[in-house]
Design a protein around this ligand. Structure first.
Ligand SMILES: Nc1nc2c(ncn2[C@@H]2O[C@H](COP(=O)(O)O[C@H]3[C@@H](O)[C@H](n4cnc5c(=O)[nH]c(N)nc54)O[C@@H]3COP(=O)(O)O)[C@@H](O)[C@H]2O)c(=O)[nH]1
Length: 723
C-alpha cells in the first residue's frame, strides 16, 4: 500500500459499455499503479545521462538517443547535430582493417542483434575531423516493446597508444643489433633478443630461467663482478668490460651496460643489460698497440717502446744488483746495398738481421730497431761485462754471414757499441748515448768489430755530430777548397800531373782533412754534391792554368763509390770537360779498388763510358782491398796507384817490398802504368824506380798545396808565363 500523501503514477484504461443499440451504458476504468515503473524509467534515464562513457540508443540502425558524454566526446555543440545519424556518418569512411565504415557498422549491428551482445573496436571521427578509437559494446534491449540497441563507447586511444608503444619496444628489443637480456629480481633470465642468441650461440629457450653466469668465462676478474654489483645496488647502473664464453667454448670480450628496473613503488623488478661484442675493437686496439710499440718492417720493439722497456729493465737490474748492457748496432755500408739493389732488397735483409739478432739473445733481452739499419740490443741481468762481450762476438758472427736475398748473396758486417749499466750510465738516455758513441768508435776502428764505451769516446761522438751538422751547409758556404799534389816522372823528376785533394776550411776548426769528413759525407749522402763540385773545380783550375800558360799537366780527381754508382756521372764528367775544354788524356779519375769491386759489371760499363770521353782511369789504394784479378783484368783502367802503406816500409819490410815489386810486375803484364803514393825519401824513390815504377807521388816531391802556391812556383821556375 502506498503511504498517505505519496504521489502515485496510474495508468488508466477506460472502456465504454453499450447496449445492443449502441447506447453508452457505463464506462469501465481500469487503474494500474505505474508508480514503480515510472521511477525505474526515470532512474534509467538518469543513469543514461549520468554515464561518464558515451552511451547511445540505436533504432533502425541510427542513433536516436545519446547522452552528453557522447556529444562531448565527438566535439559537437548539441545532440541535435548527431541524432538520427547512421554510425558510419560519425566515422571515417574506412576502418583500420580496410572495411568501409557503413558496411562494417551494419555487420556489427547485425551481429549484436544475432548474439544479443557484441563488443568490438571502432574508429570514430570527431566534429573537427580528428579520430579516436573506441571500444564499442552493443546490447540488444527492448524499448516499450520495440527492439533497440544500447550502445556504449569507451575511448581506448590511450590504451591503443600504449599497446602500440609496447609493440614498438618489443620490435626494438627483438631487432636491436645489440644483445639484450632481461632478468627478474632474482637475476633469472626472462628475455633475450635475437642478437644475444647470435652472439652467444645459445637459443633463447636454452637461456630462459637461467642465471646469466652460465655465459661467463673465467677471464673476467672477480673484482669486476664485485664492482658491478656494488654499482647496481648503489646507483642502479653499471657499465664495463666482461669476458664471456660462447656456446662453442670460445671466450670473447663484450661491453656491458646494465640497469636495475624498479616499479612505481620503488621495488626492484628486473635488470636489463645490453651487450656489445668488442672482439674486433679489442683486436684492432691490440693491432694499433702493436704497431705503436713495434717496428712495422721487422716486428721488433721500436724506439718508443725501447725507452720504456729499457727503463723497466734498469729498475729490475738495480733491484737485483745485476749489470745490463746496451748495444748499438749499425750495419756497415748498408746504404750501399739499399742504394744499389733497391729498398725492397734492403728491407728483406733488415728482416733477416732482426731474425738473426733474436737468435743471439735470450727471451728476456730486448731487440729493437730504431730505424734504417740501426738496431739496439739490451742484455738484461748480466753478471759481468764479459757476458756482453760473448754476445757481441756472437752477433758479429751472425750478422757477418752472407745473406741470400732475392737469389743474390749479400755481405754485410756490423759495428757494435756497448755501454754497461751501471759503469757507463745509470739511466736509459746516458746508456743509449754512450753505446752510440762506442758504435761510432767501432766504425772508426775499421767496422766489423765491437767496442765497449770509454769516456774518451763521448768527445769523439760529439765531434762527429758537430761535423755532420756543419757539413750540411759547408758546400753552400763555399768552405771547400782543392789542394794539388804533383806526380813526377820517376826517371826525370819532371812533373807529369797533379792530384786534386779536397780540404774543408771550417770557420772554427781551420783546415779539416778529407779523412775526417769524407766518411761522414759518404754516410750522409752529401758526397755526391761534394764530388760534383770537386770535378767542376778541378776542371776549372786546369782551364785557368792553361789560360795562364802553365805546363799542360794531367789532373787527377778522386771519385767516391757513391759517384761511381750514380747514373748521372758520365753526363756530369762530359759537361765539365766541355765547359772547360778538357781534352783526351788531360783528366784522370781515381776510384778505389773497393768501389770498383762493389758491382764490377756496373763499374766496367760506367768506366768504359768515361773512357769513351777520353778520361784516364786509375785504381786508387791498390792492394788494400779484395780485388779479384779476374775482374781487374776486365776493368778499362790505365793506372794502378800503389798504396802508400806498402811504400812506407818498402826498404825495411820484406813483405811490402815483395808486394810492391809484384804489383809493378803485374801492372807491366797488364800494360798498366803505376803511380806509387807516399814517397817520402830517396831510398823509396830508388827502390820504386829500380822496379820500373814510372810515376811517383809523395812529400819528397811536394805536399798538397793550394792552386795559387803551385802557380807561383811554376811562374818562378819559368818566368815569363802569364799571371
Ligand atoms: N772522394 C774523394 N776523396 C778524396 C778527395 N780528396 C781527397 N780524398 C781522399 O781522402 C784521403 C786522404 O786524402 P789526403 O788527406 O788529401 O791525403 C792525400 C795526401 O795528402 C797523402 N799523401 C801524399 N803524399 C804523402 C806522403 O808522402 N806521406 C803521407 N803520409 N801522405 C801522403 O795521400 C793522400 C792521397 O791519397 P790518394 O787519393 O789515395 O792518392 C785519400 O784517400 C783521398 O783519396 C776528393 O775530392 N774526393
Amino acid at each position: 500500500m502506498p503511504l498517505r500523501g505519496a504521489q502515485l503514477y496510474l495508468e488508466i484504461d477506460a472502456g465504454p459499455i453499450r447496449d445492443a443499440g449502441g447506447n453508452l451504458l457505463a464506462v469501465v476504468e481500469t487503474l494500474r499503479d505505474m508508480t514503480q515503473r515510472q521511477s525505474a524509467e526515470s532512474r534509467l534515464r538518469t543513469m543514461f545521462e549520468a554515464s561518464p562513457d558515451p552511451v547511445w540508443i540505436i533504432e533502425d540502425d541510427h542513433f536516436v538517443e545519446c547522452n552528453d558524454a557522447a556529444v562531448n566526446m565527438l566535439g559537437y555543440a548539441s545532440r541535435d547535430e548527431i541524432l538520427n545519424a547512421h554510425p558510419s556518418q560519425l566515422s571515417p569512411p574506412v576502418q583500420p582493417d580496410g572495411e568501409d565504415s557503413f558496411g562494417k557498422a551494419e555487420r556489427m549491428m547485425a551481429l549484436a542483434r544475432e548474439k544479443g551482445l557484441h563488443r568490438f573496436e571502432w574508429v570514430h571521427a570527431r566534429a573537427d575531423g580528428s579520430h579516436f578509437t573506441a571500444e564499442v559494446t552493443l546490447s540488444v534491449i527492448d524499448l516499450a516493446g520495440r527492439q533497440a540497441i544500447y550502445c556504449a563507447w569507451r575511448d581506448i586511444s590511450d590504451r591503443k597508444r600504449a599497446e602500440e608503444a609496447l609493440r614498438l619496444y618489443a620490435k626494438a628489443f627483438e631487432h636491436s643489433g645489440e644483445a639484450i637480456m632481461i632478468t627478474d629480481r632474482d637475476n633469472r633470465i626472462v628475455a633475450v633478443n635475437a642478437a644475444l642468441a647470435r652472439d652467444t650461440g645459445y637459443a633463447a629457450e636454452e637461456l630462459l630461467g637461467k642465471d646469466p653466469r652460465v655465459l661467463a668465462s673465467h677471464q673476467t676478474p672477480r673484482e669486476t663482478y664485485q664492482a658491478m654489483w656494488a654499482a647496481l645496488n648503489e646507483s642502479g647502473y653499471w657499465q664495463g668490460e666482461l669476458w664471456d664464453l660462447r656456446k662453442d667454448g670460445v671466450s670473447y670480450p663484450k661491453w656491458a651496460a646494465i640497469s636495475a628496473i624498479h616499479d612505481e613503488q620503488g621495488a626492484l623488478t628486473n635488470y636489463i643489460a645490453s651487450f656489445t661484442d668488442i672482439s674486433e675493437r679489442k683486436a684492432a686496439e691490440a693491432r694499433i698497440d702493436h704497431l705503436a710499440h713495434h717496428d712495422a718492417l721487422t716486428g721488433l720493439v721500436n724506439r718508443y717502446n725501447l725507452e720504456s722497456r729499457l727503463a723497466q729493465s734498469l729498475l729490475a737490474a738495480r733491484r737485483e744488483v745485476r749489470q745490463l748492457a746496451v748495444m748499438f748496432i749499425d750495419l756497415d755500408r748498408f746504404k750501399v746495398i739499399n742504394d744499389t739493389l733497391g729498398h725492397h732488397t734492403g728491407d728483406r735483409m733488415l728482416v733477416e738481421v732482426a731474425r738473426r739478432l733474436g737468435d743471439c739473445v735470450r727471451e728476456s733481452d730486448i731487440v729493437a730497431r730504431l730505424g734504417g739499419d740501426e738496431f739496439v740490443v739490451v742484455l738484461t741481468s748480466l753478471a759481468c761485462d764479459m757476458d756482453a762481450a760473448l754476445v757481441a762476438a756472437k752477433i758479429l758472427v751472425a750478422l757477418s754471414s752472407p745473406y741470400t736475398v732475392d737469389g743474390k748473396i749479400l755481405h754485410s758486417t756490423p759495428s757494435i757499441g756497448i755501454s754497461m749499466f751501471p759503469t757507463n750510465g745509470e739511466d736509459s738516455e746516458t746508456l743509449m748515448k754512450n753505446a752510440d758513441a762506442a758504435m761510432y768508435f767501432a766504425k772508426a776502428k775499421g767496422r766489423n768489430n765491437f767496442q765497449f764505451f770509454s769516456p774518451a769516446m763521448t768527445a769523439a761522438a760529439t765531434e762527429r755530430m758537430e761535423l755532420e751538422r756543419d757539413l750540411r751547409g759547408a758546400l753552400a758556404a763555399g768552405q771547400y777548397e782543392l789542394h794539388y799534389q804533383p806526380q813526377v816522372c820517376a826517371k826525370s823528376g819532371a812533373v807529369r800531373g797533379v792530384e786534386a785533394l779536397i780540404r774543408w776550411r771550417h770557420p772554427e776548426r781551420g783546415l779539416v782533412p778529407p779523412l775526417t769528413f769524407i766518411p761522414i759525407a759518404e754516410e750522409t749522402g752529401a758526397i755526391e754534391a761534394i764530388g760534383a763540385w770537386v770535378l767542376e773545380e778541378a776542371c776549372r783550375q786546369k782551364a785557368a792554368w792553361r789560360a795562364a800558360g802553365m805546363p799542360a799537366l794531367r789532373i787527377a780527381v778522386n771519385l767516391s763509390a757513391q759517384q761511381l754508382r750514380s747514373s748521372t756521372l758520365v753526363a756530369q764528367v762530359r759537361a765539365a770537360m766541355e765547359a772547360y775544354g778538357i781534352g783526351p788524356g788531360e783528366l784522370e779519375l781515381e776510384i778505389t779498388e773497393s768501389a770498383a769491386m762493389e758491382d764490377p759489371e756496373r763499374a766496367i760499363g760506367r768506366l768504359e763510358a768515361l773512357r769513351g770521353l777520353g778520361v784516364e782511369l786509375a785504381i786508387d789504394d791498390f792492394g788494400t782491398g779484395y780485388s779479384s784479378l779476374a775482374y781487374l783484368k776486365m776493368l778499362p783502367i790505365d793506372t794502378l796507384k800503389l798504396d802508400r802503406a806498402f811504400v812506407r816500409d818498402i826498404e825495411t819490410d820484406e813483405n811490402d817490398a815483395a808486394i810492391s815489386a809484384a804489383t809493378l810486375a803485374l801492372a807491366r803484364n797488364l800494360g798498366l802504368k803505376v803511380v806509387a803514393e807516399g814517397v817520402e825519401n830517396e831510398a823509396q824513390r830508388e827502390f820504386l824506380s829500380r822496379h820500373g815504377c814510372e810515376l811517383l807521388q809523395g812529400y819528397l816531391f811536394g805536399r798538397p798545396e793550394p792552386a795559387a802556391v803551385w802557380t807561383e812556383r811554376w811562374q818562378a821556375a819559368a818566368p815569363g808565363t802569364a799571371g
